[in-house]
Design a protein around this ligand. Structure first.
Ligand SMILES: [Zn+2]
Ligand SMILES: [Zn+2]
Length: 337
């Protein structure tokens, strides 16, 4: 192994029409105590990477390497590690540190830990040939998924799963999904496989076509009312103007979950139209490791099919532009030779 690697870094956050991402040479990182070194084979491109590159999400350190849907092979390990061996295929996801001692950690809500840290935001992520991960926060990858297909499971999939939990969908219930990108197309399959009736409200002919193929009961535009009263809804698009529309489509006691880490301003709500009759709106904040483990097992058992658009590693900047323009079918995934 040479001791240098190629990595994409966020240089100056700004519109992806410019060049906020720059490809640089970096030393291969050295695993510290509790960490393993991963040779990256695939890294999913998440909307959060776009928010980071464009400055919607303030960078937590200079020239950070984005990427938190990493599938790779263990090639080194630091002091005190024992969970993985060289050659194991593992995944690096968004959550990479919690304190383990605070009220939230002890109550099973480590996603709300005030000391939580994240891959590709607090520390360098997977838009690189090598990446580090604390072994306690890595995942084993189910064998039925290829590297490319497994990558989007690690954020799009896990966050979608948590969004579905937060949306409190009753068994056999009616679920509305607003926006139909990487996370939504996985979440829809989980819901449908478990007997839900899924209504997709999204822009884009390709996204709509994919929704139909995956078994959506109806597919319409995001500004149209849902065709039935929904028990639950999830907004995946970072568009605050959808919140009142989705709330209005909920039946009594319905729940709306907002899946994104960033959302544009939400218009003023009208109490009678949008909230009365015990409707609930909740955000979704990261995930616990338990969510991740549960989801990966479920994804394999239910035969979730991952739709990906592979992008050579060298074109990560272009992948963000395509995502920004809404041109990605399913999930974009950087692939490394
Ligand atoms: Zn904590
Ligand atoms: Zn993500």
């Amino acid at each position: 192994m040479t001791n240098m690697m190629q990595a994409w870094v966020v240089s100056e956050p700004g519109p992806v029409s410019g060049s906020p991402l720059v490809l640089v040479e970096r030393p291969v990182p050295v695993p510290g105590p509790g960490e393993v070194l991963v040779r990256v084979r695939a890294c999913g491109v998440c909307r959060t990477d776009l928010h980071l590159a464009e400055g919607d999400l303030a960078p937590r350190h200079e020239s950070v390497v984005p990427g938190h849907e990493v599938v790779g092979e263990v090639v080194g390990s630091g002091e005190g590690t024992s969970r993985f061996s060289s050659g194991d295929r593992i995944g690096i996801a968004w959550l990479r540190h919690t304190c383990g001692a605070c009220h939230w950690c002890r109550a099973g809500h480590e996603n709300l830990c005030p000391d939580s840290r994240y891959s590709g935001w607090d520390t360098d992520g997977g838009y690189a040939e090598f990446a580090l991960v604390p072994e306690a926060f890595a995942y084993r990858i189910p064998i039925s998924f290829s590297d490319e297909h497994a990558a989007p499971l690690l954020c799009a999939g896990i966050i979608g799963y948590r969004s579905l939990l937060r949306a409190q969908l009753p068994p056999g219930g009616r679920l509305g999904i607003y926006g139909f990108g990487a996370s939504a197309h996985l979440t829809a399959q989980l819901a449908i496989a478990q007997g839900a009736e899924v209504h997709v409200l999204t822009r884009g002919d390709e996204a709509r076509e994919l929704a139909r193929q995956l078994g959506a009961a109806s597919v319409g535009g995001p500004l149209e009312p849902a065709p039935v009263a929904l028990d639950s809804a999830i907004i995946f698009a970072p568009a605050g103007e959808l919140v009142p529309l989705a709330l209005e489509s909920l039946g009594p006691a319905g729940t709306l979950a907002l899946a994104g880490i960033h959302m544009s301003d939400i218009p003023a709500l009208d109490y009678q139209r949008h909230l009365f009759r015990e409707r609930t709106v909740t955000s979704v904040t990261s995930n616990t490791r338990r969510d991740g483990e549960e989801f990966l097992i479920l994804a394999e058992r239910l035969g979730v099919r991952v739709t990906t658009t592979p992008v050579p590693f060298e074109h990560a900047d272009q992948a963000l532009r395509e995502l920004s323009a809404g041109h990605v079918r399913g999930a974009a995934v950087l692939t490394l030779a």
